[in-house]
Design a protein around this ligand. Structure first.
Ligand SMILES: CC(C)(COP(=O)(O)OP(=O)(O)OC[C@H]1O[C@@H](n2cnc3c(N)ncnc32)[C@H](O)[C@@H]1OP(=O)(O)O)[C@@H](O)C(=O)NCCC(=O)NCCS
Length: 229
């Protein structure tokens, strides 16, 4: 199927995108079914998550859900690796009825903010073959990287075992595969803040000059002249 963007309403404002809570546990099976059906459709063969796994993510406040009234529209959850030093926003799914309206972008943005507030020092990363996710991640500040930059947590890479391309990953000694690895490192923000713009340098220079002038004016010249006599 060729992807078609719905130009009429880019963002459907009536759809609520929120951090999922226990009141959303009733959607777990529908979420899981939708993820499984979509993965079969894409031919990726990603393993079905257990009911408990998704339910725990929701109960722990580590998931984002999109709801249209009572109808399930989209979902995504947070996973942590290497003791919380690496965070992935996984299981992104938008129900077919709601695709092409910017909903994935809204979900990913909220998952990004939630991840940043829960794990401010963690590197956020993901693996994808999808253009939509690549676009959204780039907008959020992710950069494409080689797999060497991603988590080395064995548990994460075990998740690839059910993928149809797993043999390629193994043949490449887990250094590359068909997915693109993307990462967002919060340390980049610190560097960005520290980096001075020409305007900032000029402002600081002006400020310094102003202070020097002030100090110069504060000198009691009469005293100096008297002392000099
Ligand atoms: C991929 C998916 C989440 C996109 O959801 P969506 O709500 O339709 O996406 P959005 O409307 O927010 O689109 C975001 C951007 O991606 C683009 N996009 C969306 N789906 C696309 C597709 N299938 N192919 C190419 N570009 C796509 C949009 O045009 C938009 O970019 P633009 O604003 O620059 O034009 C949805 O199709 C889905 O659930 N797919 C099955 C599961 C999946 O692939 N998950 C990702 C696993 S990594």
């Amino acid at each position: 199927m060729i992807f078609s963007k719905k130009e009429d309403i880019h963002v459907k404002p009536d759809i609520q995108v929120v951090v999922a809570g226990v009141q959303h546990l009733r959607y777990v099976d529908e979420i899981n079914d939708t993820i499984e059906k979509a993965s079969k459709e894409r031919g990726t063969g990603i393993a079905r998550r257990t009911h408990e796994y998704i339910a725990t993510k929701i109960s722990e406040g580590k998931a984002i859900i999109a709801i249209d009234g009572e109808k399930f529209a989209g979902f995504c959850y947070i996973e942590t690796w290497n003791d919380g030093r690496y965070v992935a926003n996984s299981g992104l799914i938008v129900h077919w009825d709601y695709r092409g309206h910017g909903l994935a972008r809204r979900i990913k943005l909220m998952a990004f903010d939630l991840s940043r507030s829960k794990y401010p020092n963690a590197k956020l990363f993901g693996l994808t073959t999808g253009l939509a996710v690549m676009k959204i991640n780039s907008e959020l500040g992710y950069r494409p990287v080689t797999f060497s930059e991603l988590t080395d947590d064995e548990q994460f890479w075990k998740g690839c075992q059910s993928c149809v391309n797993y043999d390629i990953l193994l043949r490449m000694n887990k250094t590359k595969c068909l997915c693109t690895g993307m990462i967002y490192d919060p340390a980049w923000e610190v560097k960005k803040k520290k980096r001075k713009t020409p305007f900032k340098i000029y402002k600081e220079w002006l400020e310094k000059r102003k202070n020097e002038k002030l100090n110069f004016g504060a000198i009691d010249w009469k005293k100096i002249i008297v002392l000099g006599k």
